[in-house]
Design a protein around this ligand. Sequence first.
Ligand SMILES: Nc1nc2c(c(=O)[nH]1)N[C@H]1C(S)=C(S)[C@@H](COP(=O)(O)O)O[C@H]1N2
Ligand SMILES: [Mo]
Length: 202
Amino acid sequence: MAIINPGFKSPEHRNRQLPPGQSVVTGWPVLTYGPTPHVDTERWVLEIDGAVNKPIKFDWQAFNDLPKTIMDTDIHCVTRWSKLGMHWEGVSVDELIKQAGGLTDDAHHLIVSCYGGYTTNLPVDDVINNQAMVATKADGQPLSPEHGAPARLFVPHLYFWKSAKYVQKLTFTSRDQPGFWEINGYHNYGDPWREQRYDTDI
Ligand SMILES: Nc1nc2c(c(=O)[nH]1)N[C@H]1C(S)=C(S)[C@@H](COP(=O)(O)O)O[C@H]1N2
Ligand SMILES: [Mo]
């Protein structure tokens, strides 16, 4: 007869849940380069521009009137912590692209700019088809200033530095443009399952 111990997780199980080299945390570490930007929703604007048919800006009200999406998923930081089973809410990047009249044929990369100056870059293929959102809530709560209030990009299948906090602008481009960590030794793509931490990783 099998003895069920709910506290036990086989290594195989752990391996399925956790990318290589990661450890589970129960809290939620804060990683922000430089001072925490405090972005008032009164002055917050999200801009979608570049290789779209109709560049568009949203104020906080207009953004919150858009249809919402949710993602239940884990997050993985390149500093080796993973947080499991989070619940995120926001507006999908698909919806934002739709609002901007769709992408033009030469839209291959997304360059993300933030209040405070942080930037990051992702392939368009990684932010469409319900893989990414501009998130306003995590685990049922509005984002705190430390975690990116009022809104951040959320792309959980890549290392968490791609999930830019305090997002201000999504620019679609034909050419890639490495962002803050990508020009400072980190991997250009950042797949946690392939352990693409540094620019020397394949
Ligand atoms: N604007 C901005 N976004 C950012 C960062 C930052 O320094 N500034 N740090 C990145 C890094 S390295 C990580 S691991 C995650 C951390 O998010 P958290 O502080 O909510 O855990 O945010 C990412 N987004
Ligand atoms: Mo990070």
